[in-house]
Design a protein around this ligand. Structure first.
Ligand code: PLP
Length: 285
């Protein structure tokens, strides 16, 4: 079965789905995106993803190409046409097509929109969750507005590749003060020796993850103590547990950072419980 993409109003086989070479997403990374988990063919936390999308667009002064309700119809339709049971739906909106000029295109230029969806390998991710994953640290050399979910991801690409080359699943960005900001495509968490769950506050130095927001709800429901503050790489190295969160993998325990075991080197109890309970707190649509 050939995969189907939505491109500016049409559902097309992936092989012929294409955007204009003068699309600003292609030429300037002038666009934003969202990734939603799909579980049992339904979208997880669509409402919050749509809220964050609108925020990203408005920060960059890109127009919504259609209403949130219409966008929801397209997302579900792409999931349906691709028969996604467990996987992701990807949405990208750029500032549209115009002759190449850094400044904004003429008023009225229509934003471009692309949606794709695909199944992921569930057994593989469950194995990763059971075994835990390795993380490396890299300097955070990104711009100052990583709270906007923009498609400008070059530092994230390089960080992820460095992780891959060192046999790790994720790279954690570390700021100039030695404090972890977040992963290349996930939020970063630790559990301290005295049982406090710590993650950086959602300011302009991290992407405010939707999975992160749901995990905060799960923590509150369990009565676990939380600190939203920066933590250092040194703190992470001696933590009892560490984990990462993102829409495509919910909660994944981290068992090694820069080659050093975390806790006893196995997935921690809190990370495992959060993963187990995550979907009971997430919204399904
Ligand atoms: N931080 C970065 C840099 C990301 O790219 C992502 C997800 O792609 C996240 C955090 C996690 O966000 P979410 O939970 O909404 O997937």
């Amino acid at each position: 079965m050939s995969r189907i993409a939505y491109v500016n109003g049409r559902y097309l086989p992936l092989a012929v789905a294409s955007v204009n070479v003068e699309d600003r997403g292609y030429q300037f990374s002038d666009g934003v995106y969202e990734v939603c988990e799909v579980k049992g063919g339904r979208l997880i936390d669509e409402r919050r993803h749509m809220e964050r999308l609108q925020r990203s667009l408005s920060e960059l002064r890109i127009a919504m190409p259609m209403s949130v309700a219409a966008l929801g119809v397209v997302l579900h339709e792409v999931v349906r046409r691709n028969r996604v049971r467990w996987g992701i739906v990807y949405l990208q909106i750029s500032r549209g097509v115009a002759h190449r000029d850094h400044a904004f295109p003429p008023p009225g230029t229509a934003p471009s929109m692309v949606v794709t969806a695909r199944n992921l390998d569930l057994p593989r991710v469950e194995t990763l969750a059971a075994d835990g994953v390795a993380v490396i640290s890299v300097p955070d050399n990104r711009w100052q507005r990583v709270d906007i979910k923009s498609v400008s991801l070059l530092p994230n690409v390089l960080a992820k590749q460095a992780a891959r080359e060192q046999g790790a699943r994720e790279a954690w960005f570390v700021d100039r003060e030695g404090r972890v900001t977040e992963g290349a495509s996930s939020n970063a968490w630790i559990v301290t020796r005295d049982g406090k769950v710590v993650t950086r506050q959602a300011d302009q130095s991290i992407l405010n993850g939707i999975t992160r927001a749901v995990v905060l709800d799960v923590l509150a429901a369990h009565g676990l103590s939380l600190e939203e503050r920066p933590f250092t790489l040194d703190e992470a190295h001696v933590a009892r547990e560490a984990f990462i969160t993102s829409a495509s993998q919910s909660v994944l325990p981290v068992v090694r950072i820069d080659g050093r075991p975390i806790g006893n080197g196995a997935p921690g109890l809190i990370a495992t419980a959060l993963r187990r309970d995550f979907h009971r707190h997430a919204e399904t649509s």
